[in-house]
Design a protein around this ligand. Structure first.
Ligand code: FES
Length: 213
């Protein structure tokens, strides 16, 4: 599990080991005009491929992510249209836990929250195993930190895993749904996205057929 307290440098993706605070794997990627280079620990050599030109990307062109490079339980952070985008490869256990705390959420059905229709479901996703969410807190825009490990003392013994915004204490589950008592009033927003094939996530474009689950 890893922290994401600071905004990712514009145009820079970073990837995060996300299951256990004690086994944090935090990989930050620097990007050059041609793509991502380098990883702090060298464990994941290449996460995202930037298909558009730099100029096109500056205009907000879609970005592609090879999701096969994101291990279960890990998260990568990218920037799209000056917003932080979190992509989490959720484990089956993470997905299963989404069903257990609707009563603790402000908007469990995402009725008042912002997401495409294909993400207005229990997992808030086109594919259950991948959460794609705008990382900026819906309170005042800070970047919530990952708190994926359940039962963290500071978040309560019934904590199911999710995100914690340190700025004013908003809490979100593994689908970006906000918990009661948080200053944020709605769930984390979900950008348009699609899968152009089984391995390629396209953020910013959802007019292609959804890939097979
Ligand atoms: S900005 Fe996240 S709780 Fe205020």
């Amino acid at each position: 599990m890893s922290d994401h307290s600071g905004a990712a440098p514009h145009g820079s993706p970073e990837t995060t080991g996300a299951v256990d605070e004690s086994r944090r794997s935090f990989l930050t990627f620097a990007t050059a005009a041609t793509g991502a280079i380098g990883a702090a620990f060298g464990a994941v050599p290449f996460i995202a491929s930037w298909s558009p030109s730099e100029r096109a990307r500056a205009l907000g062109a879609p970005i592609e992510v090879d999701v096969t490079k994101i291990d279960p339980g890990q998260m990568v952070t990218l920037t799209w249209r000056k917003q932080a985008i979190y992509v989490v490869h959720r484990t089956p256990e993470m997905v299963a836990k989404l069903a257990g705390h609707d009563g603790d959420l402000k908007d469990p059905g995402s009725a008042s929250s912002e997401q495409p229709d294909y993400a207005k479901n229990a997992a808030r996703a086109a594919k259950d195993q991948f959460l794609v969410v705008i990382g900026n807190c819906t309170h005042l825009g800070c970047l919530p930190k990952t708190r994926f490990e359940p039962n963290q003392p500071e978040l309560g013994t019934d904590w199911p895993g999710g995100f914690f915004c340190p700025c004013h204490g908003s809490k979100f589950d593994m689908a970006g749904r906000v918990f009661n008592g948080s200053p944020a009033s709605v769930n984390l927003r979900i950008p348009p996205y699609s899968f152009s094939n089984d391995s390629t996530l396209v953020i910013g474009k959802d007019d292609v057929a959804q890939g097979a689950a």
